[in-house]
Design a protein around this ligand. Sequence first.
Ligand code: GDD
Ligand code: MN
Length: 378
Amino acid sequence: MADGNAGEVGAEALKGPKAAELSVILPSFNEAANIPILIGLLDEALAGIAWEAIVVDDNSPDGTTEVAREIARTDARVRVIRRIGRRGLSGACIEGILASSAPFVAVMDADLQHDETMLPKMLAALKADETDLVVASRKVDGGTIGEGLSSFRAWGSNLANGLAQKLLNVTLKDPMSGFFMIRRDKAEALAPKLSPQGFKILLDLVSSAGGTLKIKELPFTFRERQHGESKLDTLVTLDYFGLLLAKYFGNIVSVRFLMFGLVGASGLFVHLAALRVFLLSDMEFNLAQTAASFVAMTSNFFLNNQLTYRDRRLNGMRALVGLLTFYAVCSVGVLANVGVANLIYADPSYWWFAGTAGAIMGAVWNYAASSALTWRKS
Ligand code: GDD
Ligand code: MN
């Protein structure tokens, strides 16, 4: 092998500094104050290990990218990916993982809430017993939820864990953890199956692997945030349930479509509530029904803008224009709905089938048209 042809270079002939054994992926959004501290802590914690850190920053307005680049200018172990026009924790992690080449990859929050002294233990566990994935868990004995999560978030987190276990057979004690280390070959193999939306990359990895990963969980204490604020509001929990459902249904439908459907279902309640109020105030039925439709469409628009399309969220004037196009899209959706339902309604004993088919047709239309018109990719 080694006495190769001209032009072929053996690995031993390669020059340059030794490549990293461990890549630490640091997704960041507005973490300018935390990055320099974190790199210092990594330097201490990972003494003796050939490591690199990749900051994946979504063009943070607080200048995180510049701060990280400043460090990278004097420390070759630090690299920066600046993503423009995109948001999302999972997507950032995937991109960071795929931009590195080390045989072991860790994903870790950039806000100092994750205990960096866990990293050497995680690496040792991966190397020692043929483990594929090590999760730093806030739940196993000795680990604690600490003061880092509000009680409401902690409750939501427990509920979400329970559901993940029931629906997906994911037996992790802390599937919501954002702190883990995985073998590169496993991560590369799973990458095409992962959803860049949302923030549940660990759950996504484990459920996509379908039981093929050898997993180990190590306890750690989730620290309280010192600088900056959490980007994961309570609403992202919905996003998580979207992922659970999408995985449960075997990825036939996209997370986004499921979210859109959930919002649409909430619109029905809004519609009925508004209709009731209008009727009580003596409005004539047709007018009340039309007005209630607008209330429901408006509510759907804002919920979709907050949740379903949080990565393409429209603000200010663009939100107003978006709302108007959404009205237009939904009006056509009603026609599609009624048209299909009518075609099928030929036999009245199947009224429920006609009604459901119409509603699905309307939802598919609304989804396709609004993602192309209202929330089109800029
Ligand atoms: N690039 C990028 N893009 N990074 C992001 C984004 C984004 O859209 N949103 C958040 N981040 C980064 C933050 O800067 C931080 O480094 C990390 O992702 C975690 O975000 P936080 O906003 O600090 O999340 P948290 O502390 O509230 O949530 C914690 O608990 C979750 C489970 O309940 C984290 O540990 C999560 O990783 C964990 O999934
Ligand atoms: Mn955090």
